[in-house]
Design a binder for this molecule. Structure first.
Ligand SMILES: *Cc1c(COP(=O)(O)O)cnc(C)c1O
Length: 383
């Protein structure tokens, strides 16, 4: 049996009639931008996250960009962020002309280490940009404490974590501004690109809304240079249908993740496999289920699974501080040891909500067989 890493069609298929009806309605109305479905989704997401405001935009990347612009972060300013994340986190900082300052992660959660963040604060630091990686909130309590002490903004990159909580509060409401993505593979995936920005600050909210619309207020009067970044009404209508299923998706992901953990522990694989943990006081929405495979065996496991038509993925093979485009920042190998080790060891296994029990069993059995072979080889080498 082949097992895909992700099957978006399985998720969308049961909703297809509703989605096409919602899209058709938008097409008939002609209100392709700023239509009622956009306003509805903004209200829904704000209520869901527990923030006063939500502003639709064209992508998660734009959400980050607009957040930085709204906080007047630019040349000469530094933003502290993880290197172990998707490119857009650092790309957005670079785009506004500010300097990304990469901090290391906590090995157990793959999220920003508050201690390392504090160590990297300089008089030029303007913001901390934690990422809630793989669906688990970063240590926002500690990061907010540091931010408060040093008078810094906190921009949450919540692209992978809609619905995740710390201390019972949802991400997007834990910092100054929260940034979300509706990219199809995210927990609330649209039919293309889309994003949304959350905040409790009314002034920032209206500024971000204007920035997303060329900085014009009213039309053709520009006090700021903004960008064209809007959430299409068609997109909002489709996402609105899926939004109603969001919690059930998260529950299914959690169920799969806990079963993996339970099985891998029971099978005694934890010497070969590092299973993911959730820090106290947090609830993950499991955008990824990510294991660690030590001693250079990660690629071998991925190949082993691929030969059995089982999907897996490496998020992320090259940390951002070692990317060519950031060479001029002067980072070198060894600068962020936990980040670099994670990049060598992580492998994400299928955890999408619609994964069947039989498929998951197939993944578990293949991983178990790989571990057994690895142990046999170790013993033979030792003999
Ligand atoms: C997906 C993602 C983004 C970017 O979102 P897009 O909608 O694809 O632009 C930013 N940060 C993280 C951590 C992501 O996973």
């Amino acid at each position: 049996m082949s097992v895909p890493m992700l099957d978006i069609n399985r998720q969308n298929q049961p909703l297809m009639d509703e989605i096409t009806a919602a899209i058709t309605e938008v097409c008939k109305s002609g209100a392709f931008l700023k239509g009622p479905a956009v306003k509805q989704l903004e209200e829904d997401i704000a209520a869901y996250c527990g923030t006063e405001h939500a502003i639709g935009c064209a992508s998660g990347t734009d959400a980050l960009l607009v957040a930085l612009m709204a906080l007047d972060i630019g040349p000469g300013d530094e933003v502290i962020l993880p290197s172990f994340t998707f490119f857009a986190t650092a790309g957005s900082v670079w785009r506004v002309g500010a300097t990304p300052v990469f901090a290391d992660i906590v090995p157990g959660t793959y999220n920003l280490s508050p201690e390392d963040v504090e160590r990297r604060i300089t008089p030029h630091t303007k913001a901390i940009m934690p990422v809630h990686l793989f669906g688990q909130a970063a240590d926002m309590t500690a990061l907010n404490r540091i931010a408060k002490k040093h008078n810094l903004h906190v921009i949450e990159d919540a692209a992978q974590a809609i619905g995740a909580t710390e201390g019972g509060q949802r991400v997007g409401a834990l910092g100054t501004i929260g940034c979300f993505s509706f990219y199809p593979t995210k927990n609330l995936g649209g039919m293309g690109d889309g994003g949304i920005i959350t905040t409790n600050d009314a002034e920032l909210a209206s500024k971000m809304r204007v920035l997303c619309d060329h900085g014009q207020e009213p039309r053709y009067y520009h006090h700021m240079v903004g960008l064209n970044s809007r959430l299409d009404t068609v997109q909002a209508a489709a996402i609105g249908v899926k939004f109603r299923c969001l919690d059930s998706y998260a529950e299914a992901r959690e169920k799969h993740a806990l079963r993996y953990n339970e099985r891998f522990k029971k099978l005694g694989l934890c010497d070969v496999l590092g299973v993911p943990g959730v820090a106290q006081g947090r609830r993950s929405v499991w955008n990824q289920y990510t294991v660690r495979v030590e001693d250079g065996a990660r690629d071998a496991l991925q190949q082993y699974l691929a030969e059995r038509q089982i999907g897996s993925a490496v998020y992320y093979p090259v940390p951002l501080h070692l990317q060519k485009c950031f060479a001029e920042l002067g980072y070198k190998e060894g600068d962020l040891p936990h980040t670099e080790q994670a990049a060598r060891e992580v492998l994400s296994l299928p955890v999408f909500p619609e994964l069947t029990k039989a498929e998951q069993t197939e993944v578990i059995e293949a991983v178990t067989a790989f571990a057994a072979e690895a142990r046999t080889n170790q013993k033979r080498d030792a003999a």
